[in-house]
Ligand binder design. Structure first.
Ligand SMILES: C[S@@+](CC[C@H](N)C(=O)[O-])C[C@H]1O[C@@H](n2cnc3c(N)ncnc32)[C@H](O)[C@@H]1O
Length: 308
């Protein structure tokens, strides 16, 4: 299996500025690429808590980061549980947070995980295999109207209605069990596109986002994640989907404001004060050079804030 190549490492480090003696949180530690860089740059005694809800990812990160000894703490957990885990290990707050959202190479390449239409497997797509809800259940039991909505919104698939209708009529005869069955069904409806993408790419993306509740998790995290940072601590988020980027942008703009009262309010009643300062007026994208070397970086958007 090829190693996951971390995205925009130089830019992430420029914003995070890891230093010795400080604590960091990587909420999506994955294969440990960003984590390794943070730990290397915060020698001799910077520490990092790495979370991932995928046990395989945590195990991979532990092996990769073993030379950093107890400076690396890994936990299998959703990043929405970051506050609780930071409190369990007595850190409470950190000097920097990184989230690198989206899919890693090992998910796509582990054929049995059912993320990819390149290999035939049971429809699964769960990143956290402790969860019971999977793509098989979604595809075979969700109302067709719900499937249409999520394929349109999360997959940005213009033929969402036809794809959902085809799923609805096929599953009346027989449950759709494998990635190949679904990919062939979608290809039959969407047809070959002129782009290099497989016609089922958008539908698969939509199902993955829905199965893992990716947007809900990000929304929950962003509700108060500024509070996990020390004064002048920084948060860097890499997103790969316009809906994710919109959530990050909206949260960062809210944190950046001094008051949340309606503009016409005669005086401030909201009790809000600025939580963080935006460091990226516009999101940063990877360089052409990086995209050439790592096409998975193509849709990355980086945003960063600093706690005030
Ligand atoms: C793109 S990979 C991260 C790669 C990592 N930055 C590296 O350099 O190797 C994203 C990882 O985030 C994990 N992930 C996604 N959503 C998560 C969540 N809500 N909580 C915890 N882990 C999550 C996935 O399991 C995956 O391993």
């Amino acid at each position: 299996m090829s190693i996951h190549v971390p995205v925009m490492v130089r830019e992430v480090m420029e914003f995070l500025r890891p230093e010795s003696g400080k604590n960091y949180l990587d909420g999506t530690v994955g294969g440990g690429g960003h984590a390794a860089e943070i730990l290397a740059r915060s020698r001799p005694d910077g520490r990092l808590l790495g979370l991932d809800w995928d046990l395989q990812a945590i195990e991979t990160a532990r092996v990769r980061l073993k030379d950093f000894g107890d400076r690396f703490v890994g936990r299998q957990a959703n990043f929405t549980q970051a506050r609780q885990i930071l409190s369990e290990i007595d850190w409470e707050k950190v000097h920097g947070i990184v989230l690198d959202l989206g899919l890693s190479s090992y998910h796509l390449e582990s054929s049995e995980r059912g993320f990819s239409f390149q290999a035939d497997a049971r429809l699964d797509m769960r990143m956290d295999r402790r969860q019971s809800f999977d793509a098989y259940r979604l595809v075979n039991t969700a109302p067709v109207s719900e499937l249409e909505k999520l394929i349109r919104e999360y997959g940005e698939e213009p033929r969402a209605r036809r794809v959902a209708a085809a799923i609805g009529s096929r599953r009346k005869r027989k449950a759709i069990e494998t990635t190949k069955e679904l990919a062939d069904l979608v290809e039959g409806v969407v047809g070959r596109t002129r782009t290099s993408h497989h016609p089922a790419t958008r539908t698969f993306q939509a199902l993955r986002i829905a199965v893992n509740r990716e947007l809900e998790n990000l929304r929950t995290f962003l509700a108060d994640a500024y509070d996990l940072l020390h004064h002048e601590g920084r948060m860097v988020i890499l997103s790969f989907h316009s809906l994710e980027d919109r959530l990050v942008k909206t949260a960062f703009r809210t944190w950046n404001r001094n008051c949340l009262c309606p503009p016409k309010a005669p005086y401030c009643q909201c009790g809000w004060s600025q939580k963080a300062r935006i460091l990226t007026a516009r999101p940063l994208s990877p360089s052409q050079e990086e995209i050439q070397l790592n096409p998975r970086a193509r849709s990355a958007k980086l945003r960063a804030v600093e706690r005030v």
